[in-house]
Design a protein around this ligand. Sequence first.
Ligand code: ASP
Length: 437
Amino acid sequence: MIVTKFGGSSLADAGQFEKVRHIIFENTDRRYVVPSAPGKRFDKDDKVTDLLYLCHDSAKMGEPFSLHLNRIRARYEEIASQLQVAIDFSDDFAAIEAALAHGASRAYAASRGEYLNGKLLSAYLGFDFVDAADVIRFDENGQLMEQETNTLLSRRLANHKCAVIPGFYGADETGAIHTFSRGGSDISGALVARAVNADVYENWTDVTGMRMADPRIVKDAQYIESLTYRELRELSYMGATVLHGDAVFPVRKMGIPTNIRNTNDPLHPGTVIRTSAGQESLPQTITGIAGSKGFTIISIEKDMMNAELGFGRRVLQAFEEHGLSFEHLPTGIDTMCIVINAKDLAPHLDHVLDRIRELVAPDQITVHENVAMVATVGRGMVRAAGTAARLFTALATQGISVRIIDQGSSELSIIVGVDESQFEMTIEAIYDAFVRM
Ligand code: ASP
């Protein structure tokens, strides 16, 4: 059995709905469908979710919002009429309008995008509609209750051969609506896949899977056929975005693979993410390259640091006291480097440095700003001899000087810190060395 999730661009207009129906009916295993709200049809278009937030914000300030709400209604009605689906949204929109006028929450407002789209899609497909408010459970603080959700979902879906369950939201015990963070329908889909123990969780979007590097930097970057959930974590932590970060956990736990597919190119197999990708030999030793700018490195030197009990803890205490968490922490015998998000650090920098001086009396502290971190990720890297040599030779050949090196303890990645101005060059050089060869 397959659970499919369709993103907003896959359901942005009637033409996209037709593609979605085609995909679902092409394989009778595709029995549970999780839709997002209609997304952008063209570059400058609005996402329905954004319009709903706008309605809420206007209502809150006591300003009229019916103009925005009418635009939303027109979008659903246009899709329904073009698809010749007989559905009347009058009661729904009357209820939404009344709720907003009476102070309904932001989460409630946003959730209506998926709710209405779920109703429309279920009518179009002839599938049952299961309201996410009944089966995705949050606590009153808006935290997902995963176990309860799993029980509710699996019990409920056992009674439905085929169903549409809207993404992005759920409710607490009192019925109050809560949503995940933006893009959260990915999580809803993963929860449904877990609850029905799907063979695969298909995440349909508008890209043909994940690429080995950001195509804005490496134009012809190859698609990744398959990777592991751990590799995905490393890549998305470093900036590759294809799935909501939290969508990994429910399916990974059950060993259910996630398949990223393109609604506009349904014959392409896309990218498969699995718990373990097996021992098959890889075409090249790396899986992907990702990175981001905006880091500062604070490097602290002190002779005999390694013998000083509690040194590391006291250094980190200086950051903790300022509410700062660090990204990487490579250490040497007499040096310790803290890589930290530059924006978070900036307002506290001087205080943090003073505090470090107070707490550990270092011989020297150096601050490197404008650092970009680039991760080269691959489960095959550990087994292949010479990976690091290849990587650093490639960087040296291009005249890129490396500020910092961190081979994650996962042994899945080698992370280098370079000057921000050499960020793109670094990614290209690594791609060249491992993929273009
Ligand atoms: N519609 C929501 C958003 O725009 C959730 C989603 O699409 O996953 O973020």
